[in-house]
Design a protein around this ligand. Structure first.
Ligand SMILES: *Cc1c(COP(=O)(O)O)cnc(C)c1O
Length: 367
């Protein structure tokens, strides 16, 4: 049983994927070919955002967003310690300081009620992460940002493309939204890819220029940029993946809700889904005490597991000195010791899911 079933997805989409790839090979515009614009239009329509700018990866989307906002040395960016390292990496790469605010212990997302206390005159952005595919409490975060002189809010939506929040789409919930098309994300390509979403014309233009070395016209470099384009081939593959993406989103939600019910019957704790938002279940994550023991037993039963994430950023060797937390972040430290993700994909069968749940229940039962 795979942790994420990308092969079943490929088999279901094979003719369309190959047709799309062949089309690129025929026209030969490997960089900024027509599929780039086509994908951007489709994704903008999908989220309702005015602009979509595809970029080389989710990390690049975050970096380019911060650069578009002019963030640099001496600036502070408020974010969560309980995330993939890229969220903080891009902040420190620009010479700014990640200011870490603790999480809600039931969702793992940043606790909006703790953000205000971390704002200083140097705060230049707030970067919540929509963890495991469930949007952070974006309205509350936007409200805090608005009260403090409209601080820009960047949603790290690397795991949440396709999720909804109060009927609106993740990636289009704040100043900028950034997603990733890393193969295992809810909408994945076959390599690296990502996108920035915004309704702000000037920021969209800045992102477009930064993605090609700060170029406004050919060989006219009006700002510092990066080599951050998404390949035409990866855009073509992502377009093919959109063919059944709506079905996949429904399926992921159904699989996630079925996990909730089955695990609930065994009293197994898990990440909670809020009633006002639909997760895309980028990960399905339970909370357990003896994680290593459980992982070993599941491995013996042929069930792969993963940990997202075992160490909060403020405890990572390279980041300890570079991050600040105005108030301690004990909930992040506690959850990092307990989270464990189970196999999850739109193609996970009910039989396999039953097998996973009974193996978890059996492994947790007192011997
Ligand atoms: C995957 C991920 C990223 C980085 O995306 P890449 O496409 O791998 O660069 C950033 N933030 C979060 C929360 C992620 O899960």
């Amino acid at each position: 049983m795979p942790f994420i079933d990308l092969k079943a997805q490929y088999r279901a989409l094979q003719p369309e994927i190959q047709r799309r790839i062949n089309q690129v090979l025929e026209h030969g515009q490997y960089i900024m070919g027509p599929e780039v614009k086509e994908l951007e239009e489709r994704l903008a329509a999908n989220t309702g955002a005015k602009h979509c700018v595809t970029v080389a990866s989710g990390t690049e989307a975050l970096l380019i967003s911060l650069m578009a906002l002019g963030i640099g040395r001496g600036d502070e960016v408020i974010t969560t310690p309980f995330t993939f390292v890229a969220t903080a990496e891009v902040i420190v790469l620009l010479g700014a300081t990640p200011v870490l605010v603790d999480i809600e212990p039931d969702t793992g997302n940043i606790d909006a009620s703790l953000i205000e206390a971390a704002i200083t005159p140097r705060t230049k952005a707030i970067m919540p992460v929509s963890l495991y595919g469930q949007a952070a409490d974006m309205d509350e975060i936007n409200a805090v940002a608005a009260r403090h002189g409209n601080i820009p809010v960047i949603e790290d939506a690397a795991q949440s493309f396709g999720a909804t929040y109060k009927g609106r789409k993740s990636c289009n919930l704040s100043t900028l939204g950034c997603t990733s098309f890393f193969p295992s994300k809810p909408l994945g390509c076959y390599g690296d890819g990502g996108a920035v979403f915004t309704n702000n014309d000037a920021l969209a233009q800045a992102c477009r220029e930064i993605r090609v070395h700060g170029q406004s016209k050919r060989y006219v470099h009006t700002r510092i940029g990066v080599g951050g384009r998404m390949d035409t081939l990866q855009c073509a593959i992502t377009l093919a993946k959109l063919e059944r993406f709506a079905w996949e989103i429904e399926q992921r939600l159904a699989v996630g809700q079925r996990y909730n019910e089955l695990l609930g019957q065994h009293g197994i704790r898990r990440i909670v889904q809020r009633a006002d938002r639909d997760s895309v279940f980028a990960q399905y994550t339970v909370l357990v005490d003896d994680r290593e023991g459980l992982q070993a037993k599941l491995k013996d039963a042929g069930i792969p597991t993963a940990v997202h994430y075992p160490v909060p950023l403020n405890e990572q060797p390279a980041y300890r000195e570079l991050c600040v937390s105005p108030i301690p972040t004990p909930k992040s430290e506690a959850i990092a010791k307990r989270v464990m993700s189970l196999p999850m994909s739109a193609d996970l069968s009910a039989d396999d899911q039953d097998r996973i749940v009974s193996a978890v229940a059996k492994s947790l039962a007192p011997a």
